[in-house]
Write a protein that binds this ligand. Structure first.
Ligand SMILES: [Zn+2]
Length: 166
């Protein structure tokens, strides 16, 4: 019988598998009052929009590898800030913030270096959480900003241009 761990190490459909795992975990996490309490702040959301999901997914891989990838990470349990990057917030929301949370929620024991497959799987989850947060909060566009007074003045032509955020 193939175990979950075997499935992590090989398999041609790793990407589909990871997406399924992310969907299952997002559902489980939604039942935790603590995990479900996180959401992105406006600055993190704007940052994620400006970079785009593929870039943010790359950041998730890099940050997970650097901060929770080692068998015994530096300052484990305190290494993930609560602000400063959308991935940090997503890590708390998805229980990928430290090795004890990863052990409890993802069944990967403390004291073992995370494999590339495990990093990829957790990064997929982190990215899916960020994507879901963005989907729940549509990007504000200049067109969606209503002029203060309708039917007076010069209308849209008089609307000042939105400043570029990034
Ligand atoms: Zn933790």
């Amino acid at each position: 019988m193939e175990t979950m761990r075997d499935a992590l190490d090989h398999g041609p459909e790793a990407g589909d598998d990871d997406a399924r795992y992310a969907a299952e975990l997002l559902d489980r996490l939604s039942h935790s009052k603590f995990r479900a309490s996180f959401s992105l702040g406006a600055a993190d959301r704007a940052y994620a929009w400006s970079k785009g999901i593929p870039v943010v997914a790359g950041h998730a891989r890099e940050l997970l590898r650097a901060r929770v990838g080692a068998a015994r990470p530096f300052k484990d349990g305190k290494q993930t800030p609560y602000r400063g990057h959308p991935v940090f917030v997503a890590q708390h929301a998805t229980a990928t913030c430290c090795r004890s949370c990863i052990a409890r929620w993802h069944g990967i024991p403390v004291g073992v270096t995370l494999s590339d497959r495990q990093i990829e799987r957790l990064a997929t989850l982190v990215t899916a959480w960020i994507q879901r947060d963005l989907d729940a909060h549509p990007r504000p566009t200049p067109a969606s900003v209503q002029p203060r007074k309708r039917g007076r003045g010069r209308g849209r032509a008089g609307t000042p241009k939105q400043p570029t955020l990034f």
